[in-house]
Design a protein around this ligand. Structure first.
Ligand code: BES
Ligand code: MN
Ligand code: ZN
Length: 492
């Protein structure tokens, strides 16, 4: 998608779709008046009839019927806030993209008069368009691929391109392939995305200056004592993999960060089998790993002076004849033991290996992303991820980054009193807590494996996968986390 800037008035611009953002109750503003004059008063008539007020999220599509150089006019309601948030711009971009697809327009012009930061607004509009453009059509025979937007022109009398604006738009465009990659990996059927496949994909996509990938097979996993991964893998015909992606900047790194992603390629629950309805979307259970691969794949293009290591333990969780059993005990490489009482609480079992291994390298920060608990979805719904951290400044920084990217995170507490709930009668802990607070007890188990390293855990069970089409993502994997993690790395 090409973006351009033009110093031109709203009645003179030529495009297939002319988009005019409208503040709530500001229907008397200059651009609308100019358009209405050209459209001989028909626009204000239409606005009145349709009761379009400019409320956030509302839209009015109007054919220009030869009265304007543009073919269609789209008014986008931006709400009443004076300072329009990035996410509102993002959704406006996405809506423009969808309406453009509806009328077959590949050439969009947008009247651009943001109140606050024009760099942020322009980047958010482009980002929304690109996020909403993603489609996974590989397995459709009559793929009704909607045409891509080819040109986006920002215009207004007096509008100039500024280097800052170009830079922020370029950044958004640079990051999008990482989000698309994560979405692709999640959307692939679970018999395609096996642990081996995920390793191959990491190798294929994590290339470039400073990046290297190691994919460990069963033998190396055994030698490294990654016993949680081996235990979960026991019920499967597929071999496990442990993927390690390393980014070394060209200069001396200022900081060392570890990113850990849950890579369960399909979660049947194991012997503690899930009901079939709950299994329908369980190919999503490698979304944390996909986000880490997606984010790592972009590092050579960002030029950060931070050393980053990605760790992705990956296997499916199946109830084969040799499957681990409730009552089994796993001994971890840091000496701690977990009694497995529910084989469906498998994410924490494989993450414990990866966290303990990552902690040995003494990174400055560890962040893990995991579709860890249904309980987190119960608490926060499908759009918001749970954030847990043993370090408040780190949590605050991640929350700030998430606010910027529009990937919603909400902090939940590591309630130390609840450690009682994961006490085991035979081992250091058991892998399930009581009947309530399941997102917290899961996080408390992870915490046992990070020592005193500043660590954050993102439980992305809700936002990793859109159960139906949303503003910024069609049904399927969302790539949640890629943008926030990269934002975080770039603010270190
Ligand atoms: N992968 C699931 C969590 C999940 C559920 C993610 C729904 C996305 C949507 C995880 O492995 C799991 O099964 N968790 C159990 C834990 C329980 C057995 C303690 C859960 O949440 O029910
Ligand atoms: Mn599970
Ligand atoms: Zn799972």
């Amino acid at each position: 998608m090409e973006t351009r800037f033009r110093d031109i008035g709203v009645e003179a611009i030529r495009a297939e779709l002319l988009v005019v953002p409208v503040q709530e109750k500001k229907l008397e503003d200059a651009p609308l008046r100019a358009l209405d004059r050209r459209l001989r008063g028909k626009l204000s008539e239409r606005i009145q009839k349709s009761k379009f007020t400019g409320a956030e999220g509302s839209a009015l599509l109007y054919p220009a019927s030869g009265l304007l150089p543009s073919s269609h006019l789209l008014l986008l309601g931006m709400g009443s806030a004076d300072d329009i948030e990035s996410d509102v711009w993002r959704k406006a971009g996405a809506r423009a993209r969808r309406e453009a697809a509806g009328v077959g327009a590949a050439d969009i012009a947008l009247f651009f008069a943001p109140g606050g930061s024009p760099e942020q607004a322009a980047a958010a509009i482009v980002e929304g368009m690109l996020l909403a453009s993603y489609q996974f059509n590989k397995y459709r025979s009559n793929s009704k691929v909607s045409e891509a937007v080819k040109n986006l022109t920002f215009f207004r009398p007096g509008l100039m391109r500024t280097p800052a604006m170009e830079k922020s738009i370029a950044m958004v465009q640079r990051i999008m392939p990482g989000v698309y990659l994560a979405r692709d990996l999640i959307n692939e059927p679970p018999s395609v995305t096996t642990a081996r496949f995920l390793g191959e994909q990491a190798r294929r996509h994590c290339r470039g200056l400073g990046l290297s990938v190691e994919v460990w097979g069963k033998q190396k996993i055994t030698a490294m004592k990654l016993n949680g991964l081996l235990a979960v893998n026991r019920g499967s015909q597929e071999e496990p993999r442990f993927i390690k992606i390393h980014y070394r900047p060209s200069g001396k790194p200022r900081k060392k960060v570890a990113l850990i992603g849950k890579g369960i390629t399909f979660d049947s629950g194991g012997l503690s089998l899930k009901p079939s309805k709950s299994m329908e979307t369980m190919k999503l259970d490698m979304s944390g790993g996909a986000a880490v691969i997606g984010a790592m794949s972009l590092l050579p293009h960002l030029g950060l002076d931070i050393e980053v290591t990605g760790y992705i333990p990956t296997t499916d969780n199946l109830p084969g004849a040799n499957a681990q059993k409730p009552g089994d005990v796993i001994r971890y490489l840091n000496g701690k033991t977990i009694e497995v009482l529910n084989t469906d609480a498998e994410g924490r079992l494989i993450l414990a290996d990866a966290l303990a291994l990552a902690a040995q390298q003494k990174p400055d920060t560890m962040i893990n992303l995991a579709t860890l608990t249904g309980a987190c979805m119960v608490a926060l719904g499908s759009e918001v991820g749970g954030l847990f951290s043993n370090n408040q400044p780190l949590a605050d920084q991640l929350l700030r980054c998430a606010r910027d990217t529009g990937e919603k995170l909400w902090q939940l507490p590591l309630v130390k009193e609840y450690r009682e709930l994961i006490k085991s009668s035979v081992a250091d802990m058991k892998n399930i807590g009581g009947s309530h607070g399941g997102a917290i007890t899961a996080a408390l188990i992870l915490q046992e494996f990070v020592g005193d390293i500043p660590w954050a855990h993102l439980d992305i069970a809700g936002p990793a996968f859109a159960e139906s089409d949303t503003a910024l993502c069609n049904k399927g994997g969302t790539g949640f986390g890629v943008r926030t993690v990269l934002k975080f790395l770039s603010t270190l």
